[in-house]
Write a protein that binds this ligand. Sequence first.
Ligand code: ADP
Length: 427
Amino acid sequence: AGKRLYLGMDFGTSGARYALIDEEGNILAEGKRDYSSFMNKEKVDLVQSWKKTLFSLLEDVPVSLRSNIASISVDGTSATTMIIDGKTGESLSKPFLYNDSCPDALPLVKSIAPENHTVCIGSSTLCKLVSWWNSCGSNKDSVVLLHQADWLSWLLHGKLGVSDYNNALKVGYDPEIDSYPPWLLAQPYSFVLPSVQAPGTPIGYMKEDVRTNFGFSENCVICTGTTDSIAAFLAARATQPGKAVTSLGSTLAIKLLSTRRIEDSRYGVYSHRLDDKWLVGGASNTGGAVLRQMFTDDQLEKLSEKINSSEASPLDYYPLLSVGERFPVADPDMQPRLHPRPESDVEYLHGILESIARIEAKGYNLLKDLGATPVEEVFTAGGGSKNDKWIKIRERVLGLPVHKALQTEACYGAALLAMKGSSLKGR
Ligand code: ADP
């Protein structure tokens, strides 16, 4: 028999990763594949490259551990939309990628959706669907809409037309009433919408051909997934209301677990459901990209060592790469502010790090003012989380404990979802 293991797979923008974990969350195996290695230069077929990546990751899982895998969950990039033939499961058009925009559909979507709804941006899944629907002349009777994660999971469980309420948010699903809203169900294309489950819900056993090909157990279940950024949040295991994850990569993104759902389109703030809680998020344009423009990573490390993190920097900046900010200040005309520049680079860097920390604090304050559970503890991820001095500065500015997240990979979060699903099986 052996231990029960859980497999998570993350399909990101350029490639996919897997993590195989045990009940305690230890990683037993992990790996990565780029889509580009499965791409034909003459004819780019993303869908085929995702499929090949999926099966090559399964091949990368050590043979001796495969039969112990109790469940699998797959996450994908948010709003990556596929139009699928409901009879064959094949893709009927090129996939719409997460950042593709369909402004042609926006007037129509705005005319049916409530004001400022999440679907009212050109890159929403609903705009992609409407754009396809209105441009496709052929027979649409057996069409199914799936997100990237749904389709990849289908390759494993074979039940067509299943999604999760995180992926389905941007097509208009309302996780609060656990249904598509009436205004969406009234549309002629509503029959293409997938059925929706909580992330990490067991959908079915692994298809027999896949199972026997790869040597998985007949008890291995495939669970619904989530989006890649939610999977990355789950990886940090911030499971109580008031726990948050700040990601300091090129930009600054905060995600807070809250008992209340909050939405404010002015700031780009919205909430994803996670079982009986809400994952509230906001993203600022400040972040590491500004640092990278001025310093190499090596310089950042050396200069940071010399910063006295217990002292507040008097320098008040607003580091941005270009004009405009959305969160925690909604001002499309906001100018970057990085002056006056002191002679000392150590003082300059201290001022920038301190200023970004103030923006982080302001972000959490805004979420509280909008009604979210107040933040109690921050886990941190991304390139900026390596910087221990910055963590000290942030603890002082936020007045809260800040820890490096132990796990930050989305595939690890997907593996945790698989573990959750496995425990729900048969209930
Ligand atoms: P992304 O995936 O968003 O592009 P990463 O999570 O890889 O970003 O983080 C990269 C960022 O981290 C860069 O913008 C860089 O300036 C910043 N960074 C790297 N090392 C440090 C450091 N020691 N202190 C602060 N920031 C750092």
